[in-house]
Design a binder for this molecule. Structure first.
Ligand code: KG4
Ligand code: ZN
Length: 342
């Protein structure tokens, strides 16, 4: 690919329960990144309440953007464009970030770039700290496994911004399964980190949870594993036994990781991928990272932990490639709560 024009981008993300802003150069060098999490508030309810989320975004958006700019030691006038998550996500949350971005872009006379949140997750694999030596970028064709709270997809990328969805989930997303099973086991929200922690003391071979079969070769299904955990807890309760939470958590996690890893590896072989990207909240999972890092068939890019869950750095990364490749949005863009990547 020919050299792209350099650009410094201010990015904003408010699609779910994190209010985030970041400054990033050339789609890769991260200068500052601020994430104000509402996690503690939603943990009290055991999940995200959209009304609460959008109100929190309204409170946090200005200080978060100001902090990201202050930490970057740049001002709005030093930016080349503003990137913002347009969807998918919660409508009431998306509009807060989108309106803030429009206001900033209009006020400073900067172009506005609407970014797909899923695209952002994939581009988190391009991000590195501005101070460190530039690591090699993912090489196309890339097979991207996107595993978050709302989505589980295998995307085939032959070039920047080009996505062909090979498969997705027939029912629950991987992160959703973690969250639901955590609730079943009486573990705290968000479920992914709680299950991971409980699993550390557990035996992943104690329960044999199913590795789901799907009609389409590259699709996923997690509701069967979740139901199997539910049946197991009922069976144990009927026998008057206390729940072996660590073993259940470890066995569930092993089933999910095995499914994600095995299917991604076979797709990478089948399509002859050059490299693999694993991104989204569930890519923070230690067992999943270990599985991918242990194989030597394909170079694999997994973002560092702070960039796996929602952040604005990833929106700035994808936004840069949109900007540099001429995909600037008009000021009239609206939030798109449902917006498939391909
Ligand atoms: O990408 P993300 O922050 O938000 C969405 O776009 O959905 O993903 C959140 C999801 C939650 O379901 C959470 O339980 C899961 O990512 N997650 C994890 C881990 N950390 C977060 N799942 C498994 N292991 C983890 N360590
Ligand atoms: Zn996300």
């Amino acid at each position: 690919m020919t050299d792209l024009k350099p650009a410094r981008i201010l990015a904003i993300e408010t699609s779910c329960d994190e209010t985030a802003a970041a400054v990033i150069e050339n789609g890769r060098a991260l200068i500052s990144s601020v994430v104000a999490s509402q996690m503690e508030m939603h943990a009290r309810f055991g999940g995200v309440y959209p009304e609460v989320a959008s109100r929190q975004h309204v409170l946090a958006i200005v200080p978060v953007v100001e902090q990201a700019l202050a930490q970057s030691h740049f001002t709005l006038n030093d930016m080349d464009a503003i990137a913002v998550t347009r969807g998918p996500g919660l409508a009431g949350s998306l509009v807060v970030g989108l309106n803030a971005a429009k206001g900033l872009a209009l006020g400073a006379g900067l172009p506005l770039i609407g970014v797909n949140h899923l695209e952002g997750h994939i581009y988190s694999a391009w991000v590195h700290d501005a101070g460190e030596q530039t690591p090699s970028a993912p090489q196309f064709p890339v097979l991207a496994l996107l595993v978050s709270g709302g989505h589980t997809e295998l995307n085939w990328m032959t070039d920047h911004l080009t996505y062909r969805r090979l498969g997705s989930t027939a029912d629950d997303a991987a992160g959703e399964a973690f969250d639901k099973v955590a609730r079943l086991l009486g573990l705290a929200y968000p479920g992914g980190p709680s299950i991971q922690q409980a699993a550390e003391e557990g035996d992943p071979t104690r329960f044999k949870f199913p590795r789901a079969r799907t009609n389409s070769e590259w699709d996923f299904s997690f509701s069967g594993i979740k139901t199997a955990v539910l049946h197991e807890t009922h069976r144990l309760a009927k026998d008057g036994k206390s729940l072996p939470v660590p073993d259940l958590a470890a066995s569930f996690q092993a089933a999910v990781v095995d499914t994600l890893f095995t299917k991604t590896m076979s797709a990478a072989r089948e399509f002859d991928a050059k490299e693999i990207v694993v991104a989204g909240g569930v890519s923070a999972n230690r067992a999943l990272r270990t599985a991918f890092k242990a194989q030597t068939e394909f170079p694999v890019h997994i973002p560092r932990l702070s960039l796996c869950t929602d952040n604005a750095a990833m929106i700035g990364a994808a936004g840069y490639f949109r900007y540099a490749l001429g995909h600037v949005s008009g000021m009239e863009i609206e939030a798109q709560p449902t917006w498939p990547l391909s």
